[in-house]
Design a protein around this ligand. Sequence first.
Ligand code: 9D3
Length: 243
Amino acid sequence: MQFEVISLFPEMFSSVLDASLLGKAVKSGALGVQFTDLRRFGLGAHQSVDDTPYGGGAGMVLRPEPIISAIESIEDARGKARKILLTPTGNSLTQENVRRLAAEPRIMLICGRYEGFDARIRNFVDEEISIGDFVLSGGELGAMIVIDAISRHLPGVLGNAASTTEESFETGLLEYPQFTRPPAFRDLTVPEVLLSGNHERIRKWRRRESLIRTRTHRPDLFARITLSDEDRKLLDAPSESEK
Ligand code: 9D3
């Protein structure tokens, strides 16, 4: 996957792309990220990229010309890409969107700053994405999240292909609690079932924990799953500690 990033702050990306999984993906060639500093396409002696909003209001808005020049320059040099504008008014980033985008060969991520974009920029992109209902200072952190989430789906990036499909949001359930050594930490012990070696008991315990956690913390996800007969039994059963 080749990403093209347009940003006024490309230096923000270096630590994220150098670290861990993404660093390895870049080294292996599975992931490539090229940066274009929007300032290069700024207008006039001051390479201006923003201006005050027509109709008044606080703050500054990104002008269309620098962004459209940057998009056209990148596509002329390196070919077409799926063009995504990071904006708080975009469609929510979901695991379904992540999977869909992971099948693209090239993605352009356009990061804004200030109070937003001139609305005419929308006519030059394929989609608009928000990473959630909170206000960021710009699109860069959103773009990094998009790159991270998509990269996990690229061939050869995660050693273990099962780990992407078994995760929550792919199964529609939150994950069960995990434990490792030591068996007792302070006064907190690992559930006995996990030390039992009984794989059927362990499977049922994990399924029940996932179901209960999802029902409690994410009723929206819980409403969308179809419970099996076993699931209903597990939810009715007393917990390990009540037995
Ligand atoms: C919602 C606030 N806006 C109304 C005055 C102004 C505004 C504030 C901050 C517009 C853009 C931004 C910068 N945010 C992003 O570029 C952004 C973002 C976000 O703020 N939340 C969730 N996802 C994203 S993706 C890009």
